[in-house]
Structure formats: structure tokens, C-alpha cells
Write a new protein. Structure first.
Length: 95
């Protein structure tokens, strides 16, 4: 049973590390005017799911663009780095 508990703890640590690295990368890609968008990122681990969001109402327009502004794609471009994020999370979870 101790091995199972250790495995579950390792998986939980991996998810937390993945979320931390992913959110750091999203924040680094977020354009700053007032700083509210960059500061608005939140994330949590719920069971086997990781959710990320932003409480600023214009976050979707910055992410996806509008007729007048090109998309920045903070989440989309970070998602393409998923394997790198996972590799870092694995290494950090081992510590």
C-alpha cells in the first residue's frame, strides 16, 4: 500500500508542477498594458483535470484576436509546448 500512496503522491506532484510551469509560460507570453491580464491567470488541479482561466473579460479577445487585432495565443502556443512542460514537470516531481 505504501508504494501505491507514493505513486499517487508522485502523480499529484507532477500535475502541480505541470500547472506551475504551464502558467508561468502563459504569463510570460501575456502582453502587458495595465498588468491586469497577466495577473488574472488562475489554475487548479481537480482530480485528473487541470484547468486554466483568466478573470479579465477581454482575455479571450487577446488570445484569439479580433477583426482589428491579431491573436496573441498565450494558451495555444503554450499548449504546443506541452511535451517540454511535461518533461520539466517530471523532473521537478522527482525531487
Amino acid at each position: 500500500m505504501a508504494t501505491l500512496d507514493k505513486d499517487i503522491a508522485s502523480i499529484d506532484k507532477f500535475k502541480e508542477e505541470f500547472l506551475s510551469e504551464f502558467m508561468m509560460r502563459v504569463a510570460m507570453k501575456t502582453p502587458v498594458d495595465t498588468g491586469k491580464l497577466k495577473d488574472g491567470w488562475t489554475g487548479e488541479v481537480k482530480g485528473s483535470f487541470i484547468s486554466i482561466g483568466n478573470d479579465q473579460p477581454y482575455a479571450e479577445f487577446v488570445e484569439n484576436g479580433t477583426a482589428h487585432n491579431a491573436p496573441v495565443g498565450m494558451i495555444k502556443t503554450t499548449a504546443h509546448e506541452g511535451q517540454q512542460v511535461a518533461d520539466i514537470a517530471v523532473e521537478r516531481a522527482k525531487k
